[in-house]
Design a protein around this ligand. Structure first.
Ligand SMILES: Nc1ncnc2c1ncn2[C@@H]1O[C@H](COP(=O)(O)OP(=O)(O)OP(=O)(O)O)[C@@H](O)[C@H]1O
Ligand SMILES: [Mg+2]
Length: 274
């Protein structure tokens, strides 16, 4: 597998803070992978993404993106490969209308005007916000703002998309639409997805889950092995998956195999036993 991001021995302490927010973190992220980063509030997830995107500079350690160790000279080029969607989209709006806002990233890339109009329309239609293109972004609901922020990132066609709880304000349908879309783009366009989330269903789409605790990586494993942790998952800022909760209850009366099954697998098994 080809590495797209390679982080080595990263440390970071905020200037006004005494204790480090990121402690000796090393992590390789592979091309076309969907990686989930989970952890309790304050565990360092957003700080890690800000370091990757060069918004803050590490005290020590290195970050390599697409084969280049990031430094002051190449950070701007590296950032064009990354699209980041934050928790709170309010801080991301720059345009007076929704379409201006989505166009902003394309303008920066020097995309010709005609092509830009098409690409903005396309991105807005993907997130089902075409009807709102003349609106002031500030006048939208939280979920609509998140959709526009997502469209802005999709339009620039980055190699890496970082979602920092970017679907947290969407309703279940909206969340599913966006996540399915991201997964489709990942497959079609060889994208790498890093998703920070407290939502167990969102982690089910990923190939790997990294757990941060107090600025350190404490687990790095396939989702099924992480779900096996069971009720203790709450210690890591995640809820136990419904199927594993159900399996623990059922084990009192039926013999079930060890290990995690998702809802569909569990249902098939129960049908067979029945
Ligand atoms: N601008 C800042 N100045 C000082 N300390 C900060 C700053 N931003 C974050 N921190 C501290 O750094 C630590 C890690 O914060 P971070 O925002 O990375 O956590 P997080 O895992 O993203 O949490 P959440 O799930 O709440 O978003 C916390 O202790 C936080 O208080
Ligand atoms: Mg955060």
């Amino acid at each position: 597998m080809e590495k797209i991001i390679s982080i080595k021995n990263l440390n970071y302490t905020y200037p006004e803070s005494k204790s480090p927010a990121i402690k000796d973190v090393s992590l390789d992220i592979y091309k076309n992978e969907w990686l989930s980063i989970v952890g309790k509030n304050g565990s360092g997830k957003s700080t890690l993404t800000k370091l990757i995107d060069g918004l803050i500079e590490a005290d020590s350690g290195t970050i390599e993106i697409a084969g280049q160790v990031i430094n002051d000279n190449n950070i701007w080029e590296a950032r064009t490969k990354i699209g980041i969607i934050f928790q709170n989209p309010d801080h991301q709006f720059v345009g007076a209308t929704v379409e201006d806002d989505v166009a902003f990233g394309l303008e920066n890339q020097g995309v010709p005007r005609e092509k830009m109009v098409d690409e903005v329309d396309q991105a807005l239609s993907l997130v089902k916000m075409s009807d709102f293109k003349k609106r002031d972004p500030q006048s939208l609901s939280g979920g609509q703002k998140q959709r526009v922020a997502i469209a802005g990132v999709l339009a620039t066609k980055p190699q890496i998309i970082i979602m920092d709880e970017s679907t947290s304000m969407l309703d279940p349908d909206g969340r599913k639409t966006v996540l399915d879309l991201v997964e489709e783009l990942r497959r079609q366009q060889d994208l790498t997805i890093i998703s920070i989330t407290h939502d167990i269903e969102e982690t089910e789409l990923s190939q790997r889950i990294v757990v941060l605790s107090d600025g350190q990586i404490v687990k790095d494993d396939k989702p099924i092995n992480i779900y096996d942790i069971g009720p203790d998952l709450t210690k890591y800022g995640l809820e136990e998956p419904f199927s594993s909760e159900l399996m623990s209850t059922l084990r009192d009366s039926i013999k079930l195999p060890d290990g995690y099954l998702n809802e569909e697998e569990l249902m098939k098994l129960l049908w067979k036993l029945h």
